[in-house]
Design a protein around this ligand. Structure first.
Ligand SMILES: [Zn+2]
Length: 148
């Protein structure tokens, strides 16, 4: 097996590998300065547009996960406070790793905020459950350094 570096190509005339640099956008060979990354300004701006767009899409999808979590919490917590099994949230598509904020009580209970709703994990007789509450005014006070 021959492993060819992506920046090299085989020159059949000389029988050697030669360094070829490719435009990061269109993959055409580059012939300019050694630090050249794109053939021209069009390829540079197209590349940066796509990369920024990718970042924007990542932010949008994370935001939509938190929005969806909030909708699920709201659906389940219509009385302002409730305890449900984790499996119920799982079945509704809840994503526990996505939330908009965090609050830790003096006793060390961690509340994860999804905008104006909050949940905290708990065990009842070995069963994973979730306490859901409306976000409380004091839940905005969070100091990460108090845990360092
Ligand atoms: Zn190009």
């Amino acid at each position: 097996m021959i492993i060819i570096n992506i920046n090299q190509s085989f020159n059949t005339m000389s029988g050697t590998f030669v360094e070829t640099r490719k435009c990061k956008q269109c993959n055409n060979s580059l012939h300019g300065r050694a630090d050249q990354l794109f053939c021209d300004a069009n390829c540079r701006s197209a590349y940066h547009f796509q990369n920024n767009n990718h970042e924007e899409m990542m932010i949008r999808s994370l935001t939509s996960y938190v929005r969806n979590n909030r909708r699920i919490l709201k659906t389940l917590c219509y009385k302002g406070k409730t305890i449900v099994r984790k499996s119920v949230l799982d079945s509704m598509g809840f994503r526990f790793e996505n939330f908009s904020g965090i609050y830790v009580t003096k006793n060390g209970a961690v509340y994860y905020l999804c905008f104006n709703y909050a949940f905290t994990p708990k065990y009842e007789k070995g069963i994973k459950k979730v306490l859901i509450v409306n976000k409380q005014e004091f839940m905005k006070d969070f100091d990460p350094w108090s845990f360092v």
